[in-house]
Design a protein around this ligand. Sequence first.
Ligand code: NAP
Length: 509
Amino acid sequence: MITGKNYIGNKLSGKGTIVHKTINPKLNIENATAFIEATDNEIDEAVQLAWEAFKIYRKVSGKKRATFLNAIADGILALDQKLIDIFTAESGLPEGRAIGERGRTVFQLRSFAELISNDDWRENTIDKAEPNREPLPKEDLRRTLIPLGPVVVFGASNFPLAYSTAGGDTASALAAGCPVIIKAHEMHSGTSELVASAIIKAAEKTGMPNGVFSNLVGRGKIVGTALANHPKVKAVGFTGSIAGGRALFNLASQRKEPIPVFAEMGSINPVVITPAAIANRYEEIASTYASSITLGTGQFCTNPGLILTIDSNETQDFIKDLAEKTIAIDPQCMLHPNIKSGFNKNSSSITAQSGVETVAKIQGELKDNYAASQIASVSGTEFLNNPKTHQEVFGPFSLVVKCKDEEELIEVINGLEGQLTGTIIAEEEEYSNLEEIIDALENRVGRIIFNGVPTGVEVCPSMQHGGPYPASTDSRFTAVGTNSIKRWVRPISYQSFPNALLPKALKNI
Ligand code: NAP
């Protein structure tokens, strides 16, 4: 049952007076439960409990933490249809997507469980003493990675499961040995409470300390800010808008003790399509990209929002075909009314810019919260001269840039803000000419895709999901895949330590 209360460790608590309801965007009505925003005292209680839990949890072995993560995965599956129903009611996303995202969430939890079942991920290094080294003896030095402390995770609106309460940030932080406090996304408070109940049960079943996990509901600017400001919070994970991520980053860096904020934010994910690819297979590329642009109503951080071409008659045919195929796909519901109004505002802002032409847009009356997919185009020169055309439109929208030549196309890439991904669609006979495009993309993005689409982010050790700002606040780290655990740890060296006092993994055997 969903209570509308916060989980402060393993206790349900609802002392506040401010409440909110989530919205069923398909029906455009409020869902039934009233969620009680956490008070300042409840926020403090959750963090203090996390701090106490940290003292124990940081020393729990990797194998035991793995049991905890696997128990969370089992608990999420056991929520069965209840979870699917609340997911769809709070997001407007179809049941198939809910099942797919649940599968991904469970897979991530199990992947981290496997990762921490041995100590390889800690990159332990041992430099033994050399007492007879000349001119000076060398000390014994041993290095490992240790957890930072309590982590606050902001649930994402566009992945109610996989990037939220038990999503990648939570799984990686718990795997690293950090307690987690969730600031549930306001629009997914019910999904968050249900998942939180599974995490709490798993913590109790596997003997984890109370406070290893809490789930708080409330507004970002109140509850989120108080959490990120709390002296005992040591890091933040965030997925959402540039405005929200940047506000938290600024706040965290102005604290008496600044802390890292790993925010994954805006991206328009440029796709370069070469003249030969357009000449040889523009219809196939148009079909593939119409699907990618509209997938999940375009509400993916890896949505292809910018397509870079070199202008020609064939390019004009491609743009027309892409536009027709995109608007032929049935309109879909967006996640919540604010996202829909943001989509309308941002797509109108771009198409109002000088030189931007709407090639096609779904016309007619749409149901509330459904998005009218749209393809627009602009010349390379107009794009270069007007940064307003570079803004992210979160939803089923893509801007095709028609460059004069390859030199202008490379200038366009160089002028972009940091991106999560860049894609190259090209033919084999062009391989020897692609170096400059690859070089330009390498400087702007975190992942380069060849002859594919940027949507669909595999969870595996080689995945890089993060890029230069504003794609993310720290391009050295990934938010997806097992390497994302590195965000929540720091290196420590032990010098000249007696074997008896060293952590187990650094001891002489
Ligand atoms: P959001 O507005 O950034 O909100 C995400 C979370 O951060 C929410 O819990 C929010 O709380 C909190 N928050 C926002 N501003 C804050 C602040 N100044 N201080 C503290 N906490 C703050 O993102 P959203 O609700 O998911 O969607 C809004 C827009 O963000 C979308 O239309 C889209 O443009 C963009 N977005 C981008 C991506 C991406 O991956 N590129 C993903 C999702 C969204 P409240 O709900 O109380 O505000």
